[in-house]
Design a protein around this ligand. Structure first.
Ligand SMILES: [Zn+2]
Length: 86
């Protein structure tokens, strides 16, 4: 084993620039390098996005595009996923 303290970090978190060593610096399946904290946040956003996609499909049946986009964008700001381009 080598002493990680004496080696430069292998990578940096894309979101908060935390220094990362060993497997932490490995890109995930989407090619992103994130520290454990930011990865957890990203997973929450991913889950919220999946839920919102389902909700959006349901809303499509009963709402016009504009209020539907407003709901989408409110959720996007809250959970940090992309807003609807409108
Ligand atoms: Zn981070």
């Amino acid at each position: 084993m080598f002493d990680v303290q004496t080696r430069p970090p292998q990578g940096k978190c894309e979101a908060c620039e935390a220094e990362l060593w060993m497997d932490e610096a490995e890109p995930d399946e989407w090619g992103h390098v994130l520290c454990p904290t930011c990865r957890e946040e990203a997973e929450k956003a991913e889950t919220a996005l999946t839920v919102m996609e389902f909700v959006d499909l349901q809303l499509k049946k009963i709402l016009a595009d504009e209020p539907r986009n407003q709901i989408w964008n409110a959720a996007a700001r809250r959970f940090h996923f992309p807003e609807e381009a409108s």
